[in-house]
Design a protein around this ligand. Structure first.
Ligand SMILES: Nc1ncnc2c1ncn2[C@@H]1O[C@H](COP(=O)(O)OP(=O)(O)OP(=O)(O)O)[C@@H](O)[C@H]1O
Ligand SMILES: [Mg+2]
Length: 243
C-alpha cells in the first residue's frame, strides 16, 4: 500500500528550479532513502511534502488524501512528522518540554499528563531519558539531533521524514540512530530519509532515490543505486565512472 506519493512536484525560487517534476512514493512499512549532492533539492522536497513550502506544481498525497500545500500543523496532525536539517529546538525549554510540545500538537488529543508520559517514553526510546531535565541549549549537538527526532516521534506519526539526522554524528552515534530508525519502522511507521551518510543509507533503506539539480535521476535498491554510473558521475564527476 502506498502511504505517500508525489507527482510532478516542482518548486521554483526566482530563476532557480530547486525541484523539477519529481515523482516518488513510499509504501507502508518501507524505509526510502533520498540522496543527492548538496543543493540537489532534497530539503526543498521535504519542505514541500510537509507543507513548509508551497508547491508551484504537482500533488502530494498522504494515505490517499491530497495534502498539497496544506498548513504544516494540519499535515502533522494527520500523522506526517518531520525533522529539520538545521535543528529547530526551543532552546530555553528542557529536553522533555521540547518533546512534550510534539506530543501535545500531534495526532492524539493528549491531555498534559498523558503527553508528559508520552514524552518520557519517547525520550527513553531515543536514549535521552537521563538528559530530560536539561535545557536543550546546554546539551551537545548530537543530543539536539536526538531531541529533534524525539519531538517528531512524540507526535505519533505514521510517516516520518528525516532530513540528515545523522550529520555531524560520530560512527557510534550513527549506529545508534540507525538502530532507532529500524525500531521506528518495526513499531509500524514508514520513513523517508534524506542522508549523506551512505553507510546508513545502505544499512537501513529498502529503496533509494537520487536527486540531482532538482530532478530524480535514479531509483532502486541501495547497492545498485550507489554503483550506478549516473550516481557516481553526479557525486564524483564522469571521469570516475566505469564507462
Ligand atoms: N528559500 C529559498 N530561496 C531561494 N533558493 C533556495 C531556497 N531554499 C533552497 N534554495 C535553493 O534551492 C536549491 C536546493 O536546495 P536544497 O536545500 O533543497 O538542497 P539539498 O539537496 O537539501 O542540499 P543539502 O544536501 O546541502 O542539504 C539550492 O540551490 C538552494 O540554494
Ligand atoms: Mg538539505
Amino acid at each position: 500500500m502506498v502511504v505517500l506519493e508525489g507527482e510532478g512536484l516542482t518548486k521554483v525560487f526566482g530563476g532557480l528550479t530547486a525541484v523539477s517534476d519529481v515523482r516518488f512514493n513510499v509504501h507502508a512499512g518501507e524505509i526510502v532513502g533520498l540522496i543527492g549532492p548538496n543543493g540537489a533539492g532534497k530539503t526543498t522536497l521535504i519542505n514541500m511534502i510537509s507543507g513548509l513550502c508551497r508547491c508551484d506544481r504537482g500533488t502530494v498525497r498522504f494515505r490517499g488524501r491530497d495534502i498539497t500545500s496544506l498548513r504544516p500543523y494540519r499535515i502533522a496532525r494527520m500523522g506526517l512528522a518531520r525533522t529539520f536539517q538545521i535543528v529547530r529546538p526551543f532552546p530555553r525549554l528542557t529536553v522533555r518540554e521540547n518533546v512534550l510540545i510534539g506530543a501535545l500538537y500531534g495526532t492524539r488529543a493528549y491531555r498534559t499528563r498523558e503527553a508528559l508520559a508520552r514524552a518520557t517514553e519517547v525520550l527513553e526510546f531515543v536514549g535521552l531519558a537521563d538528559k530530560m531535565g536539561q535545557r536543550v541549549a546546554d546539551v551537545t549537538q548530537a543530543d539536539q539531533k536526538r531531541v529533534e527526532l524525539a519531538k517528531a516521534l512524540a507526535t505519533e506519526p505514521t510517516l516520518l521524514l528525516l532530513d540528515e539526522v545523522m550529520a555531524g554524528l560520530n560512527a557510534k552515534e550513527i549506529e545508534d540512530v540507525m538502530r532507532i530508525v529500524l525500531r521506528i519502522r518495526a513499531a509500524g511507521a514508514s520513513i523517508l530519509m534524506v542522508e549523506h551518510v551512505m553507510k546508513a543509507i545502505v544499512g537501513v533503506s529498502d529503496r533509494v532515490f537520487v536527486m540531482h539539480q532538482g530532478r530524480k535521476i535514479v531509483e532502486g535498491r541501495p547497492a545498485e543505486v550507489l554503483a550506478d554510473d549516473r550516481v557516481i558521475a553526479v557525486y564524483l564527476g564522469s571521469r570516475f565512472t566505469k564507462r
